[in-house]
Design a protein around this ligand. Structure first.
Ligand code: PEP
Ligand code: MG
Length: 595
């Protein structure tokens, strides 16, 4: 389609889509659709013999586009009402217009050019004629025609070749799915936000978006079918809403909302230098989660006291080989040195699940989250594991490091991992290489069996860190990245809260500190309940730290304990969530109103 003739005439109709909020923030911009080329068809001459096959290609694409539109119409009508669905009924009328397709067929016979070129020509002609029309109804049809035209052109051109690396202008990325390795390549400078068809709130893609401070909405189911190149969208990462082709009124409203949030955030940042303690002076550590050494800046700027989870596997992504001991040592040392005197809790490689590394031959299991993942992989590949452990040990001489193993399912696995750690230590000793011989070694509690046997584990581990992202998926049997069952992913489910409480109590019986580093720690609604359970450390994405500090400083441990007690008497996740929200509103109204 020729530039400048696109979208002439009336504004396109606004459409509101609802998904799962993945990373907070509001952003407005043009879309960049991953996997879809710009709709400027390459012009090509064809022979007389090729004419029938070009026409038949056109007819086939008309048919597949027709099915695509019917499906979208059904879905939108069901979810958003018949009125919204009508937008797509109008598109069907355009598609079925015999005048348009006959003109395309006549022209292709006459001009002998490829179908994409001819179709774009005819489309442009229609748009020009209609934009001159006196009749308002006819002018209104321009946006329908351009939308259907783009859809047909997109299907004619095909070829899912465009990746995230092609992004140049600042845009909102739209994709069916993004792997954590894709997200790791995004830059705040060029990616204003992103929205995907699939995915859940605690998918690693969503977690990465929070670290990068890029607003994101996932699990929109069919946004890639709905948006077209050139569209503008509003993305509201607080509420999981995407508005396609918003009216000026909506844009103004969201601009205002965005400013309000920025203002409140600035106020909260002022708490940075105040201690993280309850009204009755119970100290609670507020740490930040990081994926890459660069994320340390955000930990510091948001006033977190250390790193409570360093997901080291991101250092292994987007490269063909494995990082050497030296490379890993340099990365870990830089994090340890910059965070000093605060501690850095470094987690050993957690590959598998939704995180794949091209250089490691980890087969895509049928149930990747239940398969060859994390500590299971590391114990089977002591070469990879020991290299990492040596790098961590060496880095421990340059700051305050704590080591933890992911996906521990019981005490035997913890002991086996420690055997490899001892080997790594003795190899370093032989070479007279320094390390912190008292570096604490902890277990992540993210498998229900570990929570249920946390009494035994607490006798051997130096600390616990509760990984609720996995603990919830494993205890409720809900895949954390599947948007279809996201409604069952309930952090306030009594089963989950009881496992958390059990872990904290068992840890405290053995005098070891217990932290929580899953996304639940940044879920402000749950903060009071967790404080009341006696959690020693919250480690969340750094952007959540200021709000958490405000909550901690606004409540007393005694009152929080009462809230926890009441909550645990309830029998459903919904009841507990509503109660927790009401208590937040009562005890910390400023924060409740922001969320
Ligand atoms: C968790 O499972 O809660 C966790 C922190 O680990 P990850 O999200 O990396 O699986
Ligand atoms: Mg986990």
């Amino acid at each position: 389609m020729q530039k400048g003739k696109k979208d002439k005439g009336k504004e396109k109709k606004q459409l509101q889509l609802r998904g799962i909020p993945a990373a907070p923030g509001i952003t407005i911009g043009k879309v960049y659709i991953v996997g879809v080329e710009d709709l400027l068809p390459p012009e090509r001459n064809i022979t007389e013999q090729e004419v029938p096959s070009e026409i038949s290609r056109f007819k086939k694409v008309l048919e597949s586009t027709r099915k695509e539109i019917i499906n979208i119409e059904k879905k939108i009508s069901k979810e958003m009402g018949v009125e919204q669905g009508k937008i797509f009924s109008a598109h069907l009328l355009v598609l079925d217009d015999p005048v348009l397709s006959e003109e395309v067929v006549t022209r292709i016979r006459k001009k002998k050019k490829n179908i994409e070129t001819i179709f774009a020509e005819v489309l442009n002609k229609y748009v020009s004629v209609l934009s001159e029309a006196r009749d308002e109804y006819l002018r209104d049809r321009i946006s329908d025609i351009t939308d259907v035209g783009k859809r047909i052109l997109r299907n004619l051109i095909g070829g899912d070749t465009r990746g995230i690396e092609g992004l140049i202008d600042r845009s909102i990325v739209i994709a069916y799915d993004l792997a954590p390795s894709d997200t790791a390549m995004m830059h705040k400078g060029s990616v204003l936000g992103f929205a995907t068809d699939i995915g859940g709130r605690t998918s690693h893609t969503a977690i990465m978006a929070k670290s990068l401070e890029i607003p994101a909405v996932v699990g929109l189911e069919n946004i890639t079918d709905i948006v077209m190149p050139g569209d503008t969208v509003i993305l509201d990462g607080f509420h999981g809403i995407v508005i396609v082709n918003p009216t000026k009124r909506f844009i103004d409203q969201y601009e205002k909302e965005k400013k309000k949030h920025e203002h409140l955030e600035k106020q909260l940042i002022d708490l940075k230098f105040l201690p993280s303690e309850t009204l009755d002076k119970r100290k609670i550590i507020l740490a930040g989660n990081i994926e890459l050494p660069e994320d340390v800046a955000s930990v510091i700027s948001h006033g977190a006291e250390g790193v409570g989870l360093y997901r080291t596997e991101y250092f292994f992504m987007n490269r063909k080989d494995l990082p050497t001991e030296e490379e890993q040592f340099n990365a870990y040392r830089s994090v340890a040195a910059r965070i000093k005197p605060h501690p850095v809790t470094i987690r050993t490689l957690d590959v598998g699940g939704d995180k794949f590394l091209s250089q490691l031959d980890v087969p895509k299991d049928m149930n990747p989250f239940l398969g060859w993942r994390a500590i299971r992989f590391c114990l089977a590949r002591p070469d990879v594991f020991k290299t990492q452990l040596k790098a961590i040990l060496r880095a421990s001489a340059f700051g305050k490091l704590r080591l933890m193993y992911p996906m521990i399912s019981g005490i035997e696995e913890f002991r086996k991992a420690n055997v490899v750690l001892e080997e790594a230590k003795s190899e370093l000793r032989k070479k007279n290489i320094e390390f912190d011989k008292d570096m604490p070694v902890g277990a992540m509690i993210e498998v229900p069996s570990a929570a249920l046997t946390s009494d035994a584990l607490a006798k051997e581990a130096d600390f616990f860190s509760i990984g609720t992202n996995d603990l919830i998926q494993y205890s409720l049997a809900v895949d954390r990245v599947n948007e279809k069952i996201a409604y069952l992913y309930e952090p306030t489910h009594p089963a989950v809260l009881n496992l958390i409480r059990m872990t904290i109590n068992n840890g405290h019986k053995e005098n070891i500190p217990v932290g929580l580093c899953g996304e639940v720690s940044g879920d402000i609604a749950l903060a009071i309940i967790l404080i009341g359970m006696g959690l020693d450390e919250f480690s969340s994405s750094p952007i959540a730290v200021p709000e958490l500090k405000k909550v901690i400083r606004s409540v007393s441990f005694l009152d929080a304990q009462k809230v926890t007690e009441e909550a645990l008497k309830m029998t459903t996740g919904t009841e507990i969530l509503n109660y927790a929200k009401a208590k937040l509103m009562e005890m910390v109204p400023d924060i409740a109103l922001m969320n």
